[in-house]
Design a protein around this ligand. Structure first.
Ligand code: SIN
Ligand code: MN
Length: 259
């Protein structure tokens, strides 16, 4: 998939790009089943909400074949290689459940804030690309973005070890208000199969999901190979240490798994 000049300009301006229905119903079916399979595993990579339901499955590309294929999918890897201008490796891989009724908040943060402070990633030459495995609506805890906030560089943050089961460097209310006054707030919503790419400096959050609908999203956090992390404080399955460039697979790779 080639990005147009207009899309690149829009990404630079807003810090994100949305691609509705990038994956077909068959492809989403394969991935949704894979998500249910990994959430059923008792593994240290599968983190639970305080209520016990799955919150996120880290590194699922290392123990599930469908997620392995998605981790090298050309529709995800190629546009990121274009924007980061070169080969990329997988810094982090998450399948976030945001389960019906129980899916908990993600506080306001920048991903690069955590990658810089915890992993010593030299520069924000990294980004997320996500695939919706459920329809994402206003009701089921969509991501919230502050457009343009990626232009602020790394903003001040505090280490939140208490709010949720996952430690995160989060922004205080004054900072979020200041950024909101400049950029406003959007919630990109869309059908299962839609794809969302966003800068590692973009300020984002998501509210709890109190609806009866799951909101599963897979995130690939890709980093330019020259910009690999320098500190190995977090587990390997949270901040990966395989800095080899990802070789994109064939575009129909997921269709080989359709039953
Ligand atoms: C994240 O910010 O890394 C995840 C947020 C979400 O899945 O809602
Ligand atoms: Mn994040």
């Amino acid at each position: 998939m080639q990005l147009t000049d207009q899309q690149i300009e829009k990404f630079e301006q807003d810090g994100y790009l949305f691609f509705p229905n990038a994956f077909s119903t068959e492809e989403v079916g394969v991935l949704k089943q894979a998500a249910l399979d990994v959430y059923a595993l008792q593994r240290e990579e599968v983190w639970r909400e305080k209520t016990g339901v799955a919150r996120t499955a880290f590194a699922a590309h290392t123990y599930n074949d469908a997620f392995r294929r998605l981790g090298a999918h050309p529709r995800l890897i190629e546009p990121v290689m274009r924007l980061l201008d070169g080969p990329v490796y997988m810094h982090q891989y998450k399948v976030n459940a945001k389960a019906a009724f129980d899916g908990d908040v993600w506080q306001w943060h920048q991903d690069y804030g955590t990658w810089a402070r915890d992993d010593l990633m030299p520069e924000p030459r990294a980004m997320n690309i996500a695939v919706f495995l459920d329809d994402v609506t206003a009701a089921n805890g969509p991501l919230l973005f502050i457009p343009g906030s990626h232009k602020q560089g790394v903003v001040e943050a505090g280490h939140d070890l208490e709010t949720t089961s996952y430690p995160l460097w989060t922004l205080d209310r004054e900072t979020v208000t200041r950024l909101y006054d400049q950029g406003g707030c959007v919630a990109p919503t869309g059908d299962a199969g839609s794809m969302l790419m966003f800068s590692s400096l973009l300020v984002h959050a998501s509210p709890p999901n109190i609806s009866p609908m799951d909101r599963t999203i897979v995130y690939l956090s890709l980093c330019h190979v020259d910009n690999h992390i320098r500190q190995f404080k977090r587990p390997e399955w949270v901040a990966h240490r395989d800095f080899n460039p990802i070789e994109p697979l064939a575009d129909d790779t997921l269709l080989e798994l359709v039953a």
